[in-house]
Design a protein around this ligand. Sequence first.
Ligand SMILES: [Zn+2]
Length: 192
Amino acid sequence: MTGRTHDLAAFAALSVVVLTQPARTYTLSTVLLGLLANQIGGVAPDIDQPTAPLWRNLPIAGLFGKAFGELTGGHRFLTHSLLGVALSGYAAKFILAITHSLTPHVDTGYVWWAFMIGMLSHLIMDSFTREGVPWLLPIPLRFGFPPLRQLRVTTGKKFETLVIFPGLVALIIWLYASHYQQLLSLLHRHIS
Ligand SMILES: [Zn+2]
């Protein structure tokens, strides 16, 4: 899937989790940093390819992306597995623990979850593509849905841009419309 589809999917997944949980109180800094962490998590697994958004914005981008890709076994390998998600989870926890003193108003637990939800949404979305995802590395099998490869999506092609992307937009709109009262109460009473 393309980066923008992953961005939307990560946001949709986070919205589902937040809106279906009992109301909790979040600080504004937690909400903002959580949204950012969620978006980073949503594209983080593609760090293994030279064209990843993160590398594109760096001057010697291609080299870094290539090196990182080779280090993690090539595109759609370690970073696209549960093992990779777990390792990234540890790394994210470590980074949040170090930076916590700079962000005392942030509940790092929620931010961490927002990041992990973003990462998992990436693997789920890539499972719908032809290449599939090696969920269970080191078992070198790629899984996808539907199981028949020919029925899956090709990244960046019409089905993604004309069906999946607008479908995610519709899902988000429906989600917020159907949980409108909850959303209002969250914004008015549960963000401090
Ligand atoms: Zn990917």
